[in-house]
Structure formats: structure tokens, C-alpha cells
Design a protein around this ligand. Structure first.
Ligand code: AHR
Length: 526
């Protein structure tokens, strides 16, 4: 008998890599029935004095070798202008509840040097204060959203701050502002009454906070749109109690114009973060994580939909006409920082963060009737950032690219997008593979954002577009080979969107293949 050489046997046994199966999903869009406007403010950002979020990330000072305009770094401004940031929440976070605005105005060399007790006693120079923040938002073309200190501040201090910002030049507060270099009053469209008042913002009960809110309402109502301090994630009792107690009727009709002009509550708020699971002592690593952490994080991110739906159902009872908006003014990923992290809450941002951002923005858009504002935490060098800096170097993150892709939805009309999707299953986690959201802009162009959250399998997605015949479609897709793919300072464009190839348009249908773990935005011209 002829012996088969060992090598040939081994060659026969080498396992052939399984060709990953392509999944099939369907989306059905009602292009002829435009719904609520997608508020551009849902693409808002959050900046807190924390780590290198402000100092280095935004503020380098006028004498820095890093190119800057009045101390604000120009590379960061240029990148943020490109994604059309609508508004920025500042100065915190927990920091806001310890912040006294007078420390941050006037000649910089005379401002008190303090410590940031909210964040590990980091030094706080107060070099970046009210006018620097307002200069920053004006440079990037955004609007300000101020978080008011209701814990160590007072209604009087908050009122003086708003008078300083908005007072006419010939008022005492306006003259002070002008003496600090700014004659023209600022506009402050959004004013948040406290931050996490159930925690770092005063450890209050919902009942107690409702009275605090009513007190600040009396003082701050003339100045802008007031946002109630957040409910913690799925604390629905908080929302119910605050609505019950903080909304009230005046005993007698009031002649005060501002009371008739602006609502008692313009927005309710929620804070909700994504970890790999639900354990705050073990949030999961930002890079090098197993597929289990991918699944757990996506599962937690998906819960945003339920959280918004349940808070909205409570608000519906008090406000069936939907005058009150919902603001998710802190959201994003929060991983366990490795030991060598260069600054507080700095975290690497990977393709997983981008997929979570796409999924979350789809959820916000699909709740456009109620969700009118959101602020991702945080803009630069902190948590799920748009931008990372290292000295004079700057890179944009995978999450930045998602915000860039999604800006086409800003101000569009929401279209219903029904998804029939297969599931992604890993151990105990089962989730729909496809998340989608669609809008129509003022020129009738349809934009469809689709997330394929399966980390291993591509998906063929066939979309039926009811009511509009598509002529031409183009798309951009963000993906990479690994779940934790990221750009780095020496490889700044490793994760970046590319043109989506092979889109087929046939009258009312659109046929595409979306890679595993990807975020795609398609533009369909009627
Ligand atoms: O974004 C970081 C912190 O998270 C904020 O200061 C606080 O509001 C939240 O707990």
C-alpha cells in the first residue's frame, strides 16, 4: 500500500476559514409622510473642567506655541466647525455644582487659582471662564447651554451671572462685562437648573429638588429656556415626581410678561452612560476587550430606547401636546481607564464607540417628537470624545466621524423607518443586528443611517422607499477590521469613512451590503 505523505494529510486537514454568512434585513421607509423635525441640538456636546477637557483640549493660552485665537486652539476649532456642533453644555457636570462664575471673569492674572474638588483636586487656574467659553462657542459656531450651580451657589449668584451675560451695555452688569472686553450682550438659549441633583448636585430627593427648581424658576425664567436637572438613567419616579411637584398653576392671573412668554419647564433631562454591562466597578476596557464586552456594551446602549420611551410616556401624561422636550444632556461610553491614562477620564475611542454613537443617534432621531437636545460626554480628551490631543497633536476619533456623517439629518423631517432584522446573539445577549433612522431634508433628499452591530457578519439590507422614486444614491461607511480599531497620533486616519460601493437603486428600492460592525449614511436623491 502506498503511504500518503504526512504533509499532504496535514494540508487536507488545515481548516478552511468559514466564509462569514451575509445576513439579510429589510427596511421600509415612508418617504411621503414626514414626521417631527430632528432638532439639530441632539448633536450637542458637553465640556467640563476635568482632566484635559478644557485645559490643553480647548484652552492653551494666548502665549502658547500651539496656534490659537485668543487662547483657544485653532485645530480643535476647525475640526468642530466641520461637524456643525449646535450647542455646548458647560462648565460641568459635577464641577458645575462647585463653580463660582466670578472666579472666571476679569483680568486673567488676577483670577484666583483654585482646586477642582469635583475631580481629584486637579489645579484650576480659572483661565478659562465665562468670556473664554462664550468666545469658544462663537468660534465654533455653536450656542451655549449653561449648567447652574444649585448646590454651593445660590439663586442670587445665578441671577447675577445671567445679568452679567445678557445685560444691556448701560446696565451695571453690562458695564462690568464691557470692562472685561465684551460690550455686546450674549444670548443664552439654554439654562440647566442643577446637575445630577440626586448625587453630586446636592444629594437631593426629587421632592426637595422640585422646590429648588421652583425657586430658580422664579429668578432665571426671564433669561432663557430652563432645563430640569436630570433623572438618573431609568429612575422614572424622579421624572414623575418632579413633573407633579414642579409644574404649578399661579393662584391669580399674572401680568408678568416673561411668565407668559416662557414655559415653567422647557425640558426634562436624563443622564445615561454605556458600560460593558451594568457594573460601575467593572466598566470594561476601552481597547483589547473580548466579544462579550462588545455584546454587553451594545445591549446597554440599546436600552436608551426603552429609557426614552418610558420617560416620554410619563411626560405625555402631564404634557400631551409635547411642548416639553427631553434632553439627554449626558450620554456616551464610560470604560475603566488603564493605569497609565494620561489624564482624568481620558479614554481611547474605537470602532465600538462609533457603533454605539450611531445606534444612539438613531434612537434619538427616532424619538424626535420628544428628544430635542442631547450632549455627548465629553467633547475633547474626556470619555467618548470627538477629539483627542497630545500637546500640539490632535486627532479626531471614530465617534467624530459618526457625528460628521450624521450632520445631514440636522433639521430634517423624521421618516418612519421600520426594520425587519435578524438577531445578533452572544451568550445571553440577543439584539437586532440592524438599527436605522431616516429623514428628508428641505430639498426632498432622503438620508438613511444604518448601523450593522454584528461584529462578524455583513448584512444585505434591502430598503423599500414608499412615496418617492429614487434616482441616485451615494453612501459613506465607517468600519474597520477589529472591534477596537482606532486612530492614533502616529496613524491619525486609520479609522475613517469611505465611499460605500455597490449601492443599487431601483425606483422604490435600495439594495446595499453593509460590512460587519459598521455605521453607514446613504443619501437618496429623488
Ligand atoms: O461626565 C462625567 C461626570 O459624569 C459628570 O461630571 C457627572 O455629571 C456625571 O456623573
Amino acid at each position: 500500500m502506498k503511504l500518503i505523505p504526512l504533509l499532504s494529510i496535514l494540508m487536507c486537514w488545515v481548516p478552511v476559514p468559514a466564509v462569514a454568512q451575509t445576513l439579510e434585513a429589510k427596511i421600509s421607509i415612508r418617504a411621503d409622510a414626514p414626521g417631527a423635525t430632528i432638532d439639530p441640538n441632539i448633536y450637542g456636546q458637553f465640556v467640563e473642567h476635568l482632566g484635559r477637557g478644557v485645559y490643553e483640549g480647548i484652552w492653551v493660552g494666548e502665549n502658547s506655541a500651539i496656534p490659537n485665537v485668543r487662547g483657544i486652539r485653532s485645530d480643535v476649532v476647525a475640526a468642530l466647525r466641520k461637524i456643525r456642533v449646535p450647542l455646548v453644555r458647560w462648565p460641568g457636570g459635577c464641577f458645575a455644582e462647585l463653580y463660582h462664575w466670578r472666579d472666571g471673569v476679569g483680568p486673567r492674572d488676577q483670577r484666583p487659582k483654585g482646586i477642582n474638588a469635583a475631580w481629584n483636586d486637579e489645579p484650576e487656574t480659572n483661565a478659562f471662564g465665562t468670556n473664554e467659553f462664550m468666545d469658544f462657542v462663537e468660534q465654533i459656531g455653536a450656542k451655549p447651554f449653561l449648567a447652574i450651580n444649585v448646590t454651593s451657589g445660590s439663586p442670587g449668584e445665578a441671577q447675577a451671572w445671567l445679568q452679567y451675560l445678557t445685560g444691556p451695555e448701560d446696565s451695571a452688569a453690562g458695564r462690568l462685562r464691557a470692562s472685561h472686553g465684551r460690550k455686546q450682550p450674549y444670548q443664552i438659549p439654554f439654562i440647566g437648573i442643577g446637575n445630577e441633583t440626586w448625587g453630586c448636585g446636592g444629594n437631593m430627593t426629587a421632592e426637595y429638588y422640585s422646590d429648588v427648581y421652583r425657586q430658580y424658576l422664579a429668578v432665571l425664567r426671564p433669561y432663557g429656556t430652563l432645563v430640569v436637572a436630570d433623572a438618573n438613567s431609568d429612575d422614572y419616579a424622579w421624572t414623575e415626581t418632579v413633573l407633579q411637584k414642579a409644574l404649578f398653576r399661579h393662584a391669580t392671573p399674572t401680568p408678568l410678561a416673561y411668565i407668559n412668554r416662557s414655559p415653567q419647564i422647557a425640558m426634562m433631562s436624563i443622564h445615561y452612560y454605556t458600560l460593558a454591562g451594568n457594573d460601575w466597578t467593572n466598566k470594561g476596557a476601552p481597547v483589547g476587550f473580548p466579544e462579550k464586552d462588545w455584546a454587553l456594551a451594545l445591549e446597554r446602549a440599546y436600552k436608551m430606547d426603552e429609557i426614552i420611551a418610558k420617560h416620554s410616556a410619563i411626560i405625555d401624561k402631564y404634557d400631551p401636546e409635547r411642548r416639553i422636550g427631553l434632553s439627554i444632556d449626558e450620554w456616551g461610553t464610560w470604560w475603566t481607564a488603564p493605569k497609565d491614562t494620561p489624564s482624568n477620564l481620558y479614554q481611547q475611542n474605537t470602532l465600538r464607540d462609533a457603533v454605539i454613537a450611531g445606534l444612539t443617534l438613531n434612537i434619538f432621531q427616532n424619538h424626535a417628537q420628544r428628544v430635542r437636545m442631547a450632549n455627548i460626554a465629553q467633547m475633547v480628551n474626556v470619555l467618548q470624545s470627538m477629539i483627542l490631543t497630545r500637546g500640539d497633536k490632535m486627532i479626531v476619533t471614530p465617534t467624530y466621524h459618526v457625528f460628521d456623517l450624521y450632520q445631514v439629518h440636522q433639521g430634517g423631517s423624521l421618516l418612519s423607518a421600520e426594520v425587519a432584522s435578524p438577531d445578533y446573539t452572544f451568550e445571553n445577549v440577543t439584539l437586532p443586528v440592524i438599527s436605522a433612522s431616516a429623514s428628508r431634508d428641505s430639498k426632498g433628499v432622503i438620508h438613511l443611517s444604518i448601523v450593522n452591530l454584528d461584529p462578524n457578519r455583513a448584512a444585505r439590507v434591502v430598503t423599500q422607499v414608499q412615496g418617492v422614486k429614487g434616482r441616485r444614491a451615494t453612501g459613506r461607511v465607517l468600519t474597520a477590521d477589529s472591534m477596537d480599531a482606532r486612530s492614533e497620533f502616529d496613524h491619525p486616519a486609520r479609522v475613517a469613512p469611505v465611499a460605500l460601493k455597490g449601492i443599487r437603486v431601483n425606483d422604490h428600492s435600495l439594495d446595499v451590503i453593509l460590512p460587519a460592525k459598521s455605521v453607514t449614511v446613504i443619501e437618496l436623491q429623488p
